[in-house]
Design a protein around this ligand. Sequence first.
Ligand code: NAP
Length: 374
Amino acid sequence: MERRRVGILGATGMVGQRFIQLLSNHPWFEIAWLAASDRSAGKTYGEACKWKLDTPLPKHIAAMTVQPNVPEGSTVELPTIIFAALDADIARELEPKFAAVGCAVISNSSAFRMSKDVPLVVPEVNADHLALIAEQSWRKENGGKGGYIVTNPNCSAIGLVLALKPLEEKFGIESLFVSTMQAVSGAGYPGVPSLDILGNVVPFIKNEEEKMQEEVGKLLGKLAGDHVDALDAKVSAHCNRVPVEDGHTECVSIKLKKKATREEILAAWSEFAPLRHFVQDKHLPTAPDQPVEYDEGVDRPQPRLDRMRGNGMASTVGRLRECTLLDWKFVVLSHNTIRGAAGAAVLNAEVLALLGKLDKLSVASVADRAAVTA
Ligand code: NAP
């Protein structure tokens, strides 16, 4: 199969680097375009990026020229699929420009996650919400040349909803209390100053608690025509930054609508394989075989030991026990820049490819591009 050309916007950052790691040998996608800020444009990727991952930067990627961050400035053919890893304010300005010229923008940013017509998707949880793409206005404008935006959630919400989805399906969720211990790589590069985080815990991450609460509602909500009805459950989040490199740990207490035994909860997690039905057993390269893995160890999951389960795409759960406040409590762990960011977006793109939603895209001509983004 010929690989589809893709671009990465925000390619030099923590999430952008993960995109390069995950896509440089991907069987369906080929990196053809890279962009970052004006500081990086025109340099080779090797010059522009401080590579921080523990696998070598591929030589052919290091040699690529970083493109301007707008569709009309590209010196190479603009791909129709753009993975985006930008801060929210920048994403709010740039992502619509790429959607307007015809690209599928597969975004990590919070800028459009809660927009009524933008799917916020974790494929194992709510792939049906991708139908919202048809509602997006940049698609109806510009003579049908418009593309669309699809988002993945906040890095803490992703690991959590994977563990919650099977419980919501089988027993219903009434209320939820979650307290996170989030890795420093979640703050991007260079991120939290070392003097703030070494030997310390910072009990504040700007906007994170609000994002977790509202995104969990949309992810576990029901598609109702042109919008999603949020899950009717109370969610309270505490978010903390801890001196861990990668991997977000979350302590969860939950009240279920229907009483469940320990065995029933464990069975709900181990039987959870929704993509098998959704894509009819077709293989998705980035999907983990077991999206939720339960570890019986009394002191698991732990970020250093468990974050790479399912190639960094599994959510590991442990320590299921009765809660004296609500019904049950447990611990969830997931890799924040793989399952929580770049891997999540790549999996979204794989599902879009299987659904045929990457097939009919075409990018406007250079003259039209300047007109639609003006
Ligand atoms: P980061 O390390 O700070 O990287 C930011 C990227 O944006 C860099 O490539 C930077 O390029 C680029 N950039 C800055 N200003 C720009 C502009 N005006 N135009 C185009 N590109 C520009 O951040 P990150 O951790 O990768 O996060 C990126 C996004 O993903 C954020 O929205 C974040 O909330 C979200 N996210 C992150 C995680 C995580 O665990 N890190 C998880 C989920 C979601 P230069 O190198 O040229 O400055």
